[in-house]
Design a binder for this molecule. Structure first.
Ligand code: GLY
Ligand code: MN
Ligand code: MN
Length: 441
């Protein structure tokens, strides 16, 4: 299923070449990764390559030549990909091959990947500027150096190599940050699938079940609705496990009276959703759990109210922190004024991560958080970010025992709109009443 149209991919390539102004860009996709012996991990293309091509096959490289309108040289996009190979296709499945790639994906030219080493030095010749993600992959850095050396070796024949190498990711990160209507629609669907999986998990959770049984409910729901993969390793953390931020062993039994924190989202045609919900294994929050949950929920509401154009990136984090710190003081866990607790960082005993990140093709998506002057950048319509405050209470002398081992995070995905934000993950139950009602069904 292709959710982003071919013209949109083509327009992205043209936009990048316009931003480049001149020169050549080389953008390889990801390599296949071996899991053991001759078995591979499920293949995942490189996000930059996919963003520009829509092409999902491994062993592919995109070359963009910006051209020069003044000299009548039109921009050109060239794909290198695997050849058609009926023998391999019997074993591994369909591959486009260069001719079909041109016809189906709108590249100007396509060649066999076996011709890469021969053709790229020719394409590099006399280009003034090269755009490449230097440092992203050592093997590609070596290859690029070899190609450049080949071009430089022709200096006496009058051929020049690019003497200026720029990071192509700088330009692409900024483009990827602003989601098109088709990307927004895709992210809504990705979010809806993940939201329905969270609702299913609430209905399936029972004391005595294992965390991995609940993880299986997510995989069931993701694949059932066409998502190709989890967007990241699901965190299914019962009780004290929720206080380990990146817990993913997912192999403990769920206990009556414990909370269950689940951070799980899916990837739909490349686009991630990222949701965390925390709910009681037995369907009913205890008084202490409810008190902490309502605090985190209030901090999230404050953060969400600050997701709007004109506010800077850190405004939602600051709003969440303000509510959380007041709560930590009210509970008696932190001493002193709000200002003092913020300044000393004493709140980090309970809240040690930030309130969000960009979301898109990558779960922690591309894009700068600060402007060139080093200030937090402003939020603008079309950006997508997560809003995910939490509270994690490890056993400690300064906290009454009935709060120990409570770990709560509430995470939603927000699309910045003209005057605020749209919560893409709204379908995942979140209030105490909604969660307890869904769990009673
Ligand atoms: N699930 C990854 C994150 O929340 O950042
Ligand atoms: Mn997140
Ligand atoms: Mn998450």
């Amino acid at each position: 299923m292709m959710n982003i149209s071919i013209p949109e991919f083509k327009n992205r390539r043209l936009a990048l070449m316009q931003h480049m102004g001149t020169g050549i860009a080389i953008i390889p996709t990801a390599a296949e990764a071996i899991r053991n012996r001759d078995s591979h991990y499920p293949y995942r293309f490189d996000s930059y390559f996919y963003y520009l091509s829509g092409f999902k096959e491994p062993e592919s490289v995109l070359v963009l030549i910006a051209g020069d309108a003044g000299k009548g040289l039109a921009p050109k996009s060239i794909l290198f990909c695997r050849d058609k190979d009926m023998e391999r296709e019997i074993w591994d499945g369909f591959r486009y091959g260069p001719a079909a790639a041109v016809a189906e994906f709108g590249f100007d030219e396509a060649y066999s990947i076996t011709e890469l080493d021969e053709l790229v030095p020719k394409l590099l010749a006399n280009q003034s500027k090269l755009f490449f993600s230097l440092g992203a992959d050592a093997a590609w850095d070596v290859k690029l150096t070899q190609w450049l050396n080949q071009v430089k070796a022709q200096a006496r024949t009058g051929v020049s190599a690019p003497d200026d190498i720029a990071d192509v990711r700088k330009l692409l990160d900024e483009m990827r940050l602003f989601k098109s209507p088709a990307e927004k629609a895709l992210m809504r669907r990705s979010a809806n699938i993940a939201a329905s999986a969270h609702q299913r998990a609430m209905q399936k959770a029972r004391a005595g079940k294992m965390e991995y049984e609940i993880e299986a409910e997510f995989l069931h729901e993701f694949y059932r609705f066409g998502a190709q993969a989890p967007a990241y390793t699901s965190i299914v953390a019962g009780g004290a496990n929720a206080c380990t931020l990146h817990y993913n062993a997912n192999n403990a039994q769920l206990n009556d009276g414990d909370l269950l924190l689940i951070d799980a989202g899916c990837e739909l045609d490349g686009y991630a959703s990222d949701i965390t919900r925390t709910f009681p294994v037995n369907g009913k929050f205890s008084a202490a759990q409810k008190d902490v949950y309502e605090l985190v929920l209030a901090s999230q509401a404050a953060a969400i109210a600050n997701v709007k154009p004109g506010n800077h990136w850190n405004a939602p984090h600051e709003a969440a922190l303000d509510v959380l710190v007041q709560g930590f003081i009210d509970f008696g866990w932190c001493k002193g004024t709000k200002q003092a607790v913020l300044e000393t960082g004493a709140y980090r005993q309970f809240y040690m991560h930030r309130t969000g990140h960009w979301l898109g093709l990558d779960v922690h998506d591309a894009g700068e958080y600060k402007d060139k002057a080093g200030n937090w950048r402003n939020l603008e319509a079309g950006m997508v970010l997560t809003v995910e405050p939490g509270c994690y209470i490890r056993p400690a002398d300064n906290v009454p025992e009935h709060f120990w081992n409570i770990g709560i995070r509430i995470e939603d995905d927000a699309l910045v709109t003209a005057d605020g934000c749209e919560i893409l993950t709204i379908a995942a139950p979140k209030t105490v009443t909604d969660i307890e009602t869904v769990m009673a069904q």
